[in-house]
Design a protein around this ligand. Structure first.
Ligand code: MG
Length: 262
């Protein structure tokens, strides 16, 4: 069942979204060769708790981290570890979620550790643009398929893979509410969008195949061909005035790709 939020409820979701973005932005700024993903996780947890929030992922289904840190061929659900030491050229997808005032904010960004390869950089730029294209379709009267189609069309135009098994979702008091928000679809198909829906759009796009595998840790999802994946996500409300991105702080809804420039 899709839970429609009132304008006042949407307003009250903004602090959770802002805190999620703040944690994501701070962690992104730490990424450099030699840093472990466990260090990133500790900083994210500290920021969220310092502001009165609760890490949304920690303990969710038994997940051990505050962040999901997914490096290179890892698509999502990478487990923070002191054994994962970031190296020059890595692409690092960070997903952070915070619960504040009983509401959830959920967002993700793929950061560069040093200088990525040209093809990894292009993948990330297109995946970020896929997120923007999906958000543009999140307006009353459109359908879920319009969002998926916009993401899929842009990714496939560049020859990239669109992950099928993992999708966006409704967000509210729970991190995963109805509906599912696929990154593929047909225009005009699926649930009709209406004002008051709050969803996370999160394209997961790959350099090669969209087939996935789950590592023996039972969490971490990797590309079956071990080629690079990218992942960007915002939580947003569908309103009569257009999409309102809830996961934004005083610096806005986007992170920098690197070094202060987008
Ligand atoms: Mg999500």
């Amino acid at each position: 069942m899709i839970k429609i939020k009132t304008p006042a409820e949407i307003e009250s979701m903004k602090p959770a979204g802002a805190l999620s973005k703040m944690a994501l932005r701070r962690v992104g700024a730490m990424i450099k060769p030699g840093v472990t993903t466990l260090e990133l996780d500790r900083v994210a947890e500290g920021i969220i708790r310092m502001h009165g929030g609760i890490p949304a992922f920690k303990g969710y289904g038994g997940f051990p981290g505050t962040v999901c840190s997914s490096v290179n061929e890892q698509i999502v659900h990478g487990i923070p570890s002191d054994e994962v030491v970031l190296e020059e050229g890595d692409v690092v997808s960070i997903d952070t979620g915070a619960i504040l005032d009983g509401w959830v904010g959920d967002n993700a960004w793929t950061f560069f550790c040093g200088e990525p390869s040209r093809e990894d950089r292009a993948l990330c730029e297109v995946t970020r643009d896929c997120l923007k294209a999906g958000i543009k379709q999140a307006i009353p009267g459109n359908h879920l398929g319009d969002i998926g189609h916009a993401v899929q069309e842009l990714a496939e135009r560049h020859g990239y893979g669109v992950v099928r098994e993992y999708v966006g979702h409704g967000v509210g008091h729970d991190m995963h509410e109805d509906p599912n928000v696929p990154n593929y679809g047909k225009c005009g198909r699926g649930v009709r969008l209406q004002a008051g829906m709050v969803i996370a759009i999160e394209p997961m796009i790959t350099l090669g195949t969209y087939d996935t595998q789950v590592l023996p840790n039972r969490w971490t999802v990797v590309t079956a061909d071990h080629k690079t994946a990218a992942h960007y996500e915002n939580t947003l409300a569908i309103t009569e005035d257009g999409p309102v991105i809830l996961t934004q702080d005083d610096q806005g809804p986007w992170c920098e790709l690197e070094g202060g420039k987008e």
